[in-house]
Ligand binder design. Structure first.
Ligand code: MV4
Length: 447
């Protein structure tokens, strides 16, 4: 097993990884920017190294500085965490070339899944259902019109390099497809420096369902069921839960088995998440994330398995040591993302934490690197905590979620905790009757 892991990341996720390492007897080095010198992960780590100034491109994305930090501290592995370099195949390759273990999948899998067209082709070949569409890049408006006529309107023009909904345009007829095609290409070129686009049938009101996968290097693959991440705003997830209130046991079993079988067929290693849109009883693969995800604790709460520990073990070549039948998903879990933002305007709210009382008690987990006196820096994303609650069923989970949200005190900055309190009382959420557009519609109705 590794003796020392370098964590070039920050905030709650750096702390989360440190905690897994600590329990495994692995030393940690947190590589951080000057803005994070007083972060809780830096405080708790065995060692820390400053890798640059606040802008991410000069620190958390500075490959040379990170590799140097690993070298001088004698780390044997690098855990990239979430965001930053976590899905950068070139970085993963360089880490390995410099003699360190990259705690994540093989670079080839990061590469294939990083391109949405090759990702779709790879999983389709392995038997996963995908959204009907162009099955490849669309070269011209005329090709787009031909394909749209075949699959039927509405269609969605998507960027190959995709992400965060940028370069995505809906077209409801041939006329608007001409504009959508050009606009998607322009947006994609500006956002990703790659103007490749493809076409899909547009699903009007789907749920976002994702399957958690874990694979070792010996051909063993398991899945941990789904997470429903349909409650989102501007392509940022706000609440995630498992199991999905929209699926039955048969559907869960079916899509889980297909996802695990796909991972096995492509020779995947590590943790991964296959994302699906789900509508009218059918699943459609859209993307695969080749990293740990923010919402992984939802799965940990119902499975009792430490996914970061498993990720580290399989990166070290260990066999899973258990199979699908040993995975027993119990009860219900919901995660609320606590962002440092105004609960109505969503204006970022960095600043000094004057009072801090995280919620606790049975079935309550609060993943956060906050402490009283800490100053949330303005340079990074606004996630400052995750409240994850477990109950024997969804109703108990919901009661416990309301109770723990009411207990939560984070003073000195705005957070979206009050929005979460509201959402837990919304009839549609209480009934589990929501889709990917629900939150934005709810918020729009109030303005
Ligand atoms: C879609 C879709 C409807 N139909 N694809 C948004 C970002 C990217 N990850 C995929 N996205 C979507 N793809 C088809 N064929 C609707 C969305 C979408 C969405 C997906 C998941 C979660 C939230 C979303 C919000 C708006 C649109």
């Amino acid at each position: 097993m590794f003796d020392k892991i370098l964590i070039p990341n920050r905030g709650e996720i750096a702390l989360r990884i440190h905690r897994a390492c600590r329990e495994m007897g692995i030393h940690t080095v947190v590589a951080h920017s000057t803005a994070d010198a007083h972060g809780m992960a830096v405080r708790l780590a065995d060692e820390s190294v400053c890798i640059g100034p606040p802008p991410a491109r000069d620190s958390y994305l500075n490959v040379q500085a990170i590799l140097t930090a690993a070298q001088i501290t004698g780390a044997d592995a690098i855990h990239p965490g979430i965001g930053f370099l976590s899905e950068n195949a070139a970085f993963a390759r360089m880490v390995e070339e410099h003699g360190f273990t990259f705690i994540g999948p093989e670079p080839r899998h990061i590469e294939v899944m990083g391109d949405k067209i090759s990702a779709k082709a790879a999983v389709k070949a392995a038997g996963l259902p995908t959204v009907p569409g162009s099955d490849g890049e669309v070269a011209s408006v005329n090709d787009a019109l031909t394909i749209a006529a075949r699959i039927g309107y509405p269609v969605l023009v998507k960027a190959t390099a995709g992400g965060g909904g940028r370069g995505m345009k809906v077209a409801r007829d041939a006329e608007s497809l001409r504009d959508a095609f050009r606009m998607a290409k322009n947006e994609a070129r500006a956002a990703f420096g790659n103007d490749g686009v493809y076409l899909e049938k547009y699903l009007e009101r789907p749920r976002h369902i994702e399957i958690q996968i874990l694979a070792d290097t010996h051909g063993n693959v398991v899945h941990f069921g789904e997470r429903d991440c349909s409650v989102q705003r501007r392509h940022q997830k706000v609440i995630e839960e498992a199991p999905s209130p929209g699926l039955n046991a048969g559907e869960r079993e079916h899509i889980g088995r297909l996802a695990a079988e796909t991972a096995r067929q492509i020779g995947y290693r590590g943790v991964g998440t296959m994302e699906f849109l789900y509508e009218n009883g059918a699943f459609y693969f859209i993307e695969m994330n080749t990293r740990l995800q923010v919402e992984h604790p939802v799965t940990e709460m119902i499975s009792g398995i430490d996914l970061v520990r498993e990720q580290i073990r399989v990166a070290d070549g260990a066999a899973l040591g258990y199979g699908q039948h040993d995975i027993d998903l119990q009860g219900h879990a919901i995660e609320c993302r606590i962002n440092a933002e105004h609960p109505e305007t969503f204006a970022p709210s960095p600043g000094r934490i004057t009072t801090y009382h995280p919620p606790g008690g049975l079935g309550v987990r609060f993943d956060s690197a906050l402490y009283e006196g800490y100053t949330v820096p303005p340079h990074y994303d606004s996630l400052v905590g995750k409240l994850i609650v477990h109950g024997t069923n969804r109703n108990e989970c919901l009661m416990r979620l309301r109770r723990s949200l009411e207990e939560c005190v984070i003073g000195g900055i705005d957070t979206i905790a009050p929005l979460h309190v509201r959402l837990t009382h919304e009839p549609a959420f209480v009934n589990g009757d929501y889709n990917i557009h629900w939150l934005e519609k709810l918020l729009a109705a109030e303005r």
